[in-house]
Design a protein around this ligand. Structure first.
Ligand SMILES: [Zn+2]
Length: 142
């Protein structure tokens, strides 16, 4: 299981989200706990000391663990290659070369509002328009 990641990017991108842009938003409270995230993403995470754990750095060819990660905040810092960031989102963005939104989605912290409601509104609008047109037609044919 070493090196396997459940947070890898799926091959398709953003395809299902562009229509709902107005209701998309980032919810920090939906992010996984940094301790859980790093335990999955990094191999050989050391036992934490004062909230910080060490691991092999994925940002450079690391042989001794030189990456420190904060298991409370998600912040990370590599003493060898100077890679750093303040959250698990920063970590994903940097490691996978993706933007904020994509990283947030991968972590399940990007909500789509209520797509069902949004489409429901569209259907309701269409029905409303049809009813109105029907009324107009009735009037016109009198
Ligand atoms: Zn490094």
């Amino acid at each position: 299981m070493k090196g396997r990641s459940i947070f890898r990017i799926p091959d398709r991108r953003n395809r299902d989200s562009f229509r709902c842009a107005a209701t998309n938003r980032f919810s920090r409270e939906l992010l996984p706990p940094p301790a859980t995230f790093y335990a999955r993403e990094l191999s050989k995470l050391s036992r934490p000391s004062r909230g910080w754990a060490r691991a092999i750095c994925p940002f450079h060819k690391d042989r001794n663990p030189s990456l420190s990660v904060n298991l409370q905040t998600g912040g990370f810092l590599c003493f060898s290659c100077q890679a750093k960031g303040g959250s698990v989102i920063d970590f994903l963005m940097l490691r996978d070369g993706i933007d904020f939104k994509t990283a947030a989605k991968l972590l399940g912290a990007w909500t789509h509002g209520t797509p069902a409601g949004w489409h429901g509104d569209l259907a309701r609008q269409r029905r409303h328009r049809e009813e109105r047109d029907a009324t107009v037609n009735q009037v016109a044919h009198r």
